[in-house]
Design a binder for this molecule. Structure first.
Ligand code: C2O
Ligand code: CU
Length: 484
């Protein structure tokens, strides 16, 4: 199937873009994204891509060293990185490949590795979050991707319970691309945009959040794209680009917009949609990824913004109010006039089962809630319990299809993430979805409920599901699931 942004539509959108640029001068754009600031915002320099490590002959072997001391936001910092950079290298794989990672821990505390979204075994030296790699030690992970693994954007980050938010916020994350050989050729430019946030002091030291901020889910004052503040992406009019965006913030939601144009959404969380969809705005909860096609018709400087997002707050339980992230400028897309005209996009949808028409083997309800806790502040629980690695909370039969109702009676959002098995979203909190959508993270908005279906296919074993506001996960909002 082919798909194309019509010329007329593109021109209408370009006109809209001009209108919003004018509005910028009269203060419609409240914070970092005003026109003057845009003019002054070339401080980030050209967007750089993390180093790409690609598999060959079905195998990718990498050595990843986690250590403090990387350049971020143009300065030397105490932040953390893999192999000296944050984000770490981009790992590029094909379906059917084996990925071997020697993770060397040069931190002062334990760590480990999670390959977020990959459909691989959670057992042994696979995607096993119960492994702990002590300081000074190295651990050999191995992940075998099935031949029919979906193609798209995934990512890796530490998953040592109690330290996940600190280490991700500290800078430990990297992208994983699963792609077939000819996937990128249709795009004039293929980019990876790992978005993260952090707070640094004047000397480049990472500022740790207060306990209150942990309970809310910390948000850093600096927003980074590939470790840079407001970098520039240089493009050409009429060219088709592919942007793989990873929300690697530990708590912040992104509500992406590109001035006066629309994104063509190719898929979320590493799974191609049945049909690409034009959207003006793309919301990514922490952990979500989007594969976007971007094409602008005329020259100009287009702002990539994240709009304000309200994810609730403590309500009446604690003073401290709500948590709304402000509008912010992420990057500038600087487009030169050049009449490139791209050929229509050949579209290959993922061959993922639509679970809406499948018989369900079990129905389950999970409740994500917060409560007052003895002296320490709030307790973060699933089904009234905090995480215990020695307890099994949910047992499922391998091959079964289950429908899960995820309820959130609390006053704040909780993005739900299940390891190993992606799921189909039936209802994201405001009614049944019309088209099938697959995810591995779905936000459960405050006071709402979400419905998903999962097939526990291919891999059995013991793993977890949790809130991807990683402070909440570290504070207890995680459960153990066993498939057998
Ligand atoms: Cu991205 Cu269990 O995590
Ligand atoms: Cu949460």
């Amino acid at each position: 199937m082919t798909y194309e942004l019509s010329r007329r539509r593109a021109l209408q959108l370009a006109a809209l873009g001009a209108a919003s640029a004018v509005a910028g001068g009269v203060g419609l754009w409240r914070s970092a994204a005003s026109r003057d600031e845009l003019a002054a915002s070339t401080g980030g320099g050209d967007l750089t891509m993390p180093e790409i490590l690609a598999s060959e002959g079905g195998l990718l072997q990498v050595h990843l060293e986690a250590a403090a001391g990387v350049r971020l936001a143009g300065q030397d910092t105490s932040a953390l990185g893999y192999n000296g950079t944050s984000p770490g290298p981009t790992l590029r794989l094909r379906p059917g490949d084996t990925l071997q990672v020697d993770l060397a821990n040069r931190l002062a505390e334990p760590t480990n590795l999670h390959v977020h979204g990959l459909h691989v075994s959670p057992e042994g030296n696979g995607d096993n979050v119960f492994i702990e790699v002590a300081p000074g030690e190295t651990f050999a992970y191995e992940y075998r991707l099935p031949d029919d693994h979906p193609t798209g954007t995934f990512w890796y980050h530490p998953h040592r319970h109690g330290l996940v938010a600190d280490q991700l916020y500290g800078g430990l994350a990297g992208a994983i691309i699963v792609a077939s050989d000819d996937a990128e050729g249709q795009f004039d430019e293929n980019r990876v945009l790992v978005v993260s946030d952090i707070t640094l002091d004047e000397d480049g030291r990472v500022v740790q959040p207060s306990f209150q901020q942990r309970m809310m889910g910390r948000e850093g004052r600096l927003l980074l794209v590939n470790g840079q503040v407001q970098p520039t992406l240089t493009g050409r009019s009429g060219a088709r680009e592919r942007w793989r965006v990873v929300n690697a913030c530990s708590s912040r939601f992104l509500r992406l917009r590109l001035d006066g144009t629309e994104f063509l959404v190719l898929g979320f969380d590493g799974i191609h949609a049945r049909e690409p969809r034009q959207q003006q705005e793309v919301v990514l909860a922490p952990g979500n990824r989007a594969d976007l096609a971007v094409e602008v018709a005329s020259e100009g400087r287009y702002r990539l913004l994240t709009e304000p997002y309200d994810r609730g707050g403590m309500g009446r339980m604690m003073r401290g109010g709500g948590m709304t992230s402000e509008r912010a400028l992420l990057a500038v897309y600087d487009v030169a006039a050049e009449s490139t005209s791209s050929t229509p996009l050949r579209w290959e949808a993922a061959e993922v089962e639509d679970l809406r028409d499948v018989a369900v083997d079990a129905l389950r309800e999970l409740v994500f809630d917060v409560g007052m806790g003895g002296g320490r502040g709030m307790r973060f629980m699933i089904d009234g319990r905090e995480f215990d690695p020695d307890r099994v909370d949910t047992e499922v039969r391998m091959g079964a299809v289950e429908e899960w109702v995820l309820r959130n009676p609390s006053p704040m959002d909780h993005p739900f993430h299940l390891h190993v098995w992606s799921f189909e979203v039936l209802d994201a909190g405001d009614g049944p979805l019309q088209a099938p959508e697959w995810r591995d993270v779905i936000n459960i908005p405050a006071g709402r409920e979400v419905r998903i279906r999962v097939r526990f296919a291919d891999f059995g074993g013991r793993t977890v599901y949790h809130c991807h506001i990683l402070d909440h996960e570290d504070l207890g909002m995680m459960s153990v699931i066993v498939a057998s």
